[in-house]
Ligand binder design. Structure first.
Ligand SMILES: [Zn+2]
Length: 326
C-alpha cells in the first residue's frame, strides 16, 4: 500500500541520504541538507503534512501524521515496537475490526504476546483515542499543509512561518535579504553570494565549467584565489573600497570573515541611525563590485575605485528613488 505526503518526504530524503553526498549535484546536496535544517523542517518537514481521514486507504496507521501532531509510532513507541503490522493502513485496520469504528485490541494491532502491563495500558489509551475516529468510504483521504488556514502550501505562508519561528542559531535571512528595498536582481545576487553560489573563478573551476588549467586568481590583485569572500570583502581593492565607504560615515569596522557575517553586521545597522538607507548600501556595494569585475573580464573596462564608488552611489540613488515613488 503506497502513501505520499509525509511518507514521500521521508522516503525520498532517506533514499538520497543513502548516496555519498560528495557525489551529488549541488541541488541534491541542498535537498539532503534540508533534513537537518530546522527552518526547512518547520515548513516542509514530515510533521507539517497531515492527513484528513476519509476512507483510510492511503494513510499508514503508524507512520503518517493524522490523528495527532506526530506519527503514532512516536506517540506510542512501546506499542509500535511490539507490533508485527508496522505498515498497516488505517483502512486495513478498520476492516480487521469489523465494526463502524476503529476498535483496537492486540489482534487488530498484530501485537506479539505476552504484553507487559505498561504496553497493555498504552494499547487501552490508543484504543480510547481511536474510538472517536469514523471512516467515510465515500471520501478519499486528503493530505494538507498544516501551516496555512486553507491547507494549501504557498511561498508567502512559508516565509511567514520561518520569520515567526525563533530558531536558535538560524540567521533571519528572509528579513536580511528579501526584506531589503534594493532591486530584486541585487537581492538575488546577495542571496547567491551568501550561498557561495556566484560564478567566481574558484567555483567555475571546481565545477569543471572552466578547465583546471584556467587561472583562478583574483583579477584585481592577481595574488589570491578568486573566492566569493575574497572578491567581495578581502581583496585589498575591496578592502580599500569598504574602508573609504565607512570613513564617510565615520565608522570603524573590522572586515568580517564571510559574506554571511557581513550581511548580519549590515542588517543590524552597525549603529547607524539612517537604518533604512544604510541597509541598501551593503548589498548595493557588493553588487557594484560584481559589475566592475564583470566589466573588466568581459568588456576589458578597468573600473578604478572612483568608478566603483560612482556605480554604488548611482545604484543607491536609484533604489532611494524607487522607495520614494512607492
Ligand atoms: Zn584580489
Amino acid at each position: 500500500m503506497s502513501s505520499f505526503g509525509s511518507s514521500l518526504t521521508s522516503t525520498l530524503l532517506h533514499s538520497v541520504s543513502s548516496f555519498q553526498v560528495s557525489h551529488l549535484s549541488p541541488i541534491w546536496k541542498d535537498l539532503v541538507r534540508l533534513q537537518h535544517d530546522p527552518a526547512s523542517q518547520s515548513i516542509v518537514g514530515s510533521n507539517v503534512w497531515k492527513w484528513k481521514v476519509g476512507n483510510g486507504v492511503k494513510i499508514l496507521l503508524w507512520h503518517d501524521v493524522w490523528v495527532k501532531d506526530k506519527p503514532l509510532k512516536d506517540c506510542y513507541p512501546s506499542v509500535f515496537a511490539a507490533t508485527r503490522l508496522t505498515f498497516i493502513t488505517v483502512s486495513e485496520c478498520f476492516m480487521l475490526s469489523l465494526s463502524n469504528r476503529l476498535q483496537f485490541s492486540e489482534v487488530e494491532l498484530g501485537l506479539i504476546r505476552p504484553l507487559s502491563l505498561f504496553i497493555s495500558a498504552q494499547v487501552t489509551d490508543l484504543g480510547l483515542l481511536m474510538a472517536s475516529i469514523h471512516l467515510d468510504t465515500r471520501v478519499d483521504d486528503l493530505v494538507y499543509w498544516s501551516c496555512s488556514s486553507d491547507g494549501v502550501y504557498s511561498v508567502s505562508d512559508a516565509i511567514r512561518v520561518i520569520v515567526q519561528s525563533n530558531f536558535t542559531n538560524a540567521p533571519p535571512w528572509p528579513k536580511v535579504v528579501w526584506g531589503n528595498n534594493v532591486p530584486s536582481k541585487v537581492m538575488l545576487f546577495h542571496w547567491l553570494a551568501i550561498r557561495n553560489s556566484i560564478p567566481v573563478y574558484e567555483i567555475l573551476i571546481s565545477r569543471h565549467i572552466l578547465p583546471a588549467s584556467h587561472s583562478n586568481l583574483c583579477i584585481w590583485c592577481l595574488e589570491e584565489v578568486e573566492t566569493v569572500n575574497h572578491l567581495l570583502l578581502h581583496c585589498k581593492w575591496a578592502f580599500k573600497l569598504w574602508s573609504d565607504l565607512l570613513c564617510w560615515w565615520n565608522l570603524v569596522w573590522v572586515i568580517p570573515g564571510s559574506i554571511e557575517e557581513f550581511s548580519l553586521d549590515w542588517f543590524f545597522g552597525m549603529g547607524i541611525r539612517a537604518a533604512k538607507f544604510w541597509k541598501l548600501i551593503g548589498p548595493a556595494t557588493i553588487w557594484a563590485i560584481w559589475l566592475a569585475r564583470n566589466d573588466f573580464i568581459f568588456n576589458r573596462k578597468f573600473s578604478c575605485r572612483s568608478v566603483l564608488m560612482y556605480v554604488i552611489i548611482e545604484d543607491d540613488m536609484e533604489s532611494l528613488n524607487n522607495i520614494s515613488d512607492t
